[in-house]
Design a protein around this ligand. Structure first.
Ligand code: MRU
Length: 342
């Protein structure tokens, strides 16, 4: 399955808001539709939104009627602004946009037709590289998983969150493919239920045994010694190893440390942001209150209830036992060791 890809000059993706009830692919033909798909989380997950933004820029280039490459470059720059204002936390989005802009800038002397081809090729390379990176990351991470382990994961850091294969779920899949008999506990992940809707769907498809739990059950199962390891993904990792990931990850990390359970973060190097020294500089996206007051359109809370809905939290590096990337397994001190992880 390809989460998002370039197909016949359009951006094709599986609409994740419809899963698991409906497996529907949509073809997007305008930058506004691509931006809206990221905002409304038809496509979500840090690497996936990076790939989508790159493909969105390729789409803008393909459709451009610019008479010169200079004009095309300024159109691309505007497209980059639109796509860059969709979601603020995952650095992969900005990493991919930046890579596309640098490629456009480096080739601005070429003809518009050549520049278009170059940008389409660059976007599809970003898409293909993501799958290769995650596959490598999975192989490294699988070394941390032992036969018989039960692993807790939060949110969805699977193939759906990337161009393919997944990060945290990539580690789990690689361990499973090596013949390790593992079991996965999946946090449902309120408010948008990425665990229940998406991770459970992926694990079912791959036949990996799993148990779905609500977010507030994790501590209980740790206390009962039913969980051996925690593996999660990341949206942005600061230079000191502080990690932004789906809201609720921090609570899981604190619980894991209290129970002496290893807590691992799995992410491609494009998720590491060495430009920020710590997690304090990470912008946390605040989303619509309806995501909290409703579940799939059904109202749960009284009208006029005051609501907070941060989409991510930051787990301080002291709670992270290892950061797995496609370059290998990084251990503390992260402020030194992450410098070579990109
Ligand atoms: O709001 P989402 O669904 O985009 O959040 C996704 C996560 O927090 C994932 O864990 C993270 O992006 C890593 S995906 C490999």
């Amino acid at each position: 399955m390809r989460t998002v890809e370039w197909a016949n000059g359009k951006v094709r993706m599986i609409d994740q808001t419809l899963l698991p009830s409906e497996e529907k692919y949509i073809d997007l033909d305008t930058v506004d539709d691509v931006a809206s798909a990221i905002k409304t989380m038809k496509v979500r997950g840090a690497p996936a939104i990076g790939v989508t933004a790159a493909l969105g820029i390729a789409l803008a280039a393909r459709k451009s009627e610019a008479a010169s490459s200079g004009e095309l470059l300024s159109e691309i720059t505007k497209t980059a602004e639109i796509l860059g204002s969709t979601r603020p936390t995952a650095v992969n989005l900005f990493w991919a946009i930046d890579r596309m802009l640098k490629m456009a800038e480096a080739n601005k002397e070429k003809t518009p037709a050549d520049l278009k081809e170059i940008l389409i090729t660059e976007a599809t390379s970003i898409q293909e590289e993501d799958v290769k990176r995650n596959t490598r990351l999975g192989e490294f991470g699988a070394a941390l998983i032992e036969d018989g382990d039960t692993i807790l994961t939060h949110c969805n850091a699977g193939a759906l969150a990337c161009a393919g294969f997944g990060t945290a779920i990539g580690v789990i899949t690689a361990a499973w493919n090596q013949g390790k008999k593992i079991h996965v506990f999946v946090d449902e992940t309120r408010p948008l239920l990425q665990g229940a809707r998406l991770t459970a769907w992926e694990l079912h498809k791959s036949g990996i045994p799993m148990t779905l739990i609500t977010d507030n059950m994790a501590g209980h199962f740790m206390q009962q010694k039913r969980i051996d390891k925690v593996v999660v993904g990341a949206d942005r990792i600061a230079a000191n190893g502080d990690t932004a990931n789906k809201i609720g990850t921090y609570s899981v990390a604190v619980l894991a440390q209290a129970h002496n359970i290893p807590f691992y973060v799995a992410a491609p190097s494009s998720t590491i942001d060495l430009s920020i020294p710590s997690g304090d500089q990470i912008t946390i996206e605040q989303r619509d209150e309806k995501e909290v007051t409703e579940i799939q359109g059904v109202r749960l809370a009284p009208n006029n209830t005051n609501v907070a809905n941060p989409a991510f939290d930051v787990t301080p590096h002291q709670f992270v036992d290892a950061i797995i990337t496609e370059m290998g397994i990084n251990k503390p001190p992260y402020d030194q060791n992450l410098k070579t992880a990109r």
